[in-house]
Design a protein around this ligand. Structure first.
Ligand SMILES: [Zn+2]
Ligand SMILES: [Zn+2]
Length: 137
């Protein structure tokens, strides 16, 4: 614990001491050593995400199909209407380049927020097993 504190203090002091030139240095370092590679790939990823989001909006799949939730993308999944097929994690999807195949896959899915998605799967399970739900109230 004490050691951790010391490291933290050291880092802070180091940061204060080198604050001015480290920002310059890193910028130079990026241009010289990475040849803009890392920066452009980050940019590319960002562009890819934007492309996906625009597409979701275009096809009206930018919010939860059941409750309309659209606050945070991390809480949205694509639920496959065919239960045999696996759901798509949106986080994984938007990291990939958009292809016709993915677009076709999306046609078979509806966007659901985590709450509605869990409820739906629970309801499907209960129907399948012919059980009734216990209430949380
Ligand atoms: Zn919902
Ligand atoms: Zn699902």
């Amino acid at each position: 614990m004490a050691n951790k504190e010391a490291v933290k203090r050291y880092r802070h002091e180091y940061y204060l001491k080198h604050k001015k030139d480290s920002s310059l240095q890193s910028q130079e370092w990026y241009t010289n050593h990475l040849d803009g590679k890392k920066l452009s790939s980050r940019k590319e990823r960002r562009a890819r995400k934007d492309e996906w989001y625009t597409y979701f909006k275009e096809i009206g799949k930018n919010k939860c199909f059941i409750c309309g939730y659209q606050k945070c993308w991390a809480a949205i999944d694509f639920h496959h209407i065919n239960p045999e097929e696996k759901d798509i994690g949106i986080a994984k999807l938007i990291d990939r380049r958009m292809t016709r195949e993915y677009q076709k896959e999306l046609e078979k899915c509806i966007p659901l927020c985590r709450n509605c998605h869990s409820e739906l799967h629970r309801r499907l399970y209960l129907e399948r097993t012919k059980q009734t739900e216990w209430q949380m109230i």
